[in-house]
Design a protein around this ligand. Sequence first.
Ligand SMILES: Cc1cc2nc3c(=O)[nH]c(=O)nc-3n(C[C@H](O)[C@H](O)[C@H](O)COP(=O)(O)OP(=O)(O)OC[C@H]3O[C@@H](n4cnc5c(N)ncnc54)[C@H](O)[C@@H]3O)c2cc1C
Length: 413
Amino acid sequence: MTDPSQLLTGNIDVIVIGGGPSGLSLATELKRQGFPRVVVLEREAQAGGIPRHCGHPPFGMREFKRILTGPRYAVKLVETAKVAGVEIYTQVNVVETRPEGVLQITSDFGVETVQATRVVLATGVRETPRSARLISGTRPLGVMNTGALQSMVFLKQRKPFERPVILGTELVSFSALMTCRHANIRPQAMIEPKGRTTARWPSELLSRIMAVPLHRNTKLLEIQGQGCVTGVLLETMQGKQQHIKCDGVLLTGEFIPEASLVRGGPLELDPATGGPSVDQFGRCSDPAYFACGNVLHPVETAGWCWNEGRQIAKWVAQDLIAGLPTTDRKGRVLISDPMLKYAMPQYISDAQGMASLQLRVTDSVKGTLVVRSGNQDIWKKRINSHKERRILIPLDVFAKQQLTGDISLRIEP
Ligand SMILES: Cc1cc2nc3c(=O)[nH]c(=O)nc-3n(C[C@H](O)[C@H](O)[C@H](O)COP(=O)(O)OP(=O)(O)OC[C@H]3O[C@@H](n4cnc5c(N)ncnc54)[C@H](O)[C@@H]3O)c2cc1C
C-alpha cells in the first residue's frame, strides 16, 4: 500500500470527500467532462457508501436501467467511476476542512495536508444514535442503528440479536425488517410514536407479511437489561404500559447529516438540515467548496443522490472553466414557520442551477405553502404532506421575479 499523500500531490482539480452514490456520480461526470485529476477520498476500506450494506433491491433503475441489490449497485458505481478515470483512495479519513480547498487527512501513514482547486462534501447521513434520543433505562449491549445492523449482517456475516424490537417506521425501518428477514432474525414489534407510519403505504404490508406487530401511538419508555437487552417498556398515548421481551433494540431513521467537517471548518452550517448551507449551485459559503447528496438533505434515496451528484458536477465544471456568478449570499431562504423542517438550497440568488427548492415538514400538514420575496407573495400551492416526504418548489418560479433580498416560506391554513 502506498502513502496516499504521496499520490495526492500536484494540481488536483477536484477532491470529493465520500465515495457514496452522490460523490461517485459527481466524480464520474467531472472526468467525463475532461478534468485531468478528480479524486475521491473514502474513509471505509471500500467505496460505494451506504448501499454496500443494503443487501436488498431495488437500486440502480435510474442509473443502470436494472434492478440491483445495494452491494451490486455499489460495485457498479465504483467500477463506472474507475473506468472514467476517477482516482479513488480508501481508508483515508478527512478530518478537517480549511479555506481554499485545503484538507487535513488521516490514513495508516499518519496525518497529512492535501489541496484541490475545488472540494465537494459528499459525506452522507447517519441515524440518530441512542445518546441523542434521550431514551431512559439501562445501557445494555444490543442497542444499535440500522446501519450498524446492516454492516454486521452483510459485511461481517454476524447476527447481533435474535428477537429485537424496531423503533421507527421510516423507509429505512422497513429496510431493517428486510435485513432481519435475510439474517433469520425475528423482530418482536415495530414501535411508532405517531398515529401513522412514516413510510408510504404499502411499506407497512411488510410488517404484516412478517407477522411483526406494529404499535402506533406508542413510545419507547425504557430499555431494560443489565449485560444484554432483556426487554423494553412501552407506553401508549392513553398511558397504558406494556412490557415486551426482546434481546435487542433497533433505533431506525431520524437521519442527521454527517457534517462534522462543516462544524469545525470554514463552512456555514444550516441548523435546519444539519448540513452545510449552499446556494442553488450546491456551492458552500467558502466558494472553494461544494456539497451534494444526503449531507444536504436528510434523507433521500440513492437514485436521487446519484442524480444530484451528476447535476452538481456540471456547476463545479462551469465554475472551474468560466467561473459561476459570484456568491454574495443574498436571497437567503428563511423558514420561520414551525411546520417547516428545512429548505435546501438555503440561498437563491438567481434562477440558474438546481431545478427545485427541496422542503420537508415537521409533521402531517394540510394548507397553502406560500413563498414571499420582499413584500410580495410570489408563489402559492396547496399541500397535503406528511413528515419525511419531499416537497419541491420549482426554481423557475424565481426566474420570473425580481428577487429582492430574503425569501421566506410559510404555510397558511
Ligand atoms: C442505514 C441506512 C439505510 C439506508 N437504506 C437505503 C435504502 O435501502 N435505499 C435507498 O435508496 N437509500 C437508503 N439510505 C439512504 C442513503 O443515504 C442513500 O441511499 C445514499 O447512500 C446516499 O448517498 P450519499 O452519496 O449522499 O451518501 P453515502 O452513501 O452515505 O456515502 C457517504 C460516504 O462518505 C464517506 N465519508 C463520510 N465522512 C467521511 C470523511 N470525513 N472522510 C472520508 N469519507 C467520509 C462514508 O464512509 C460514505 O462511504 C439508507 C441510509 C442509511 C443511513
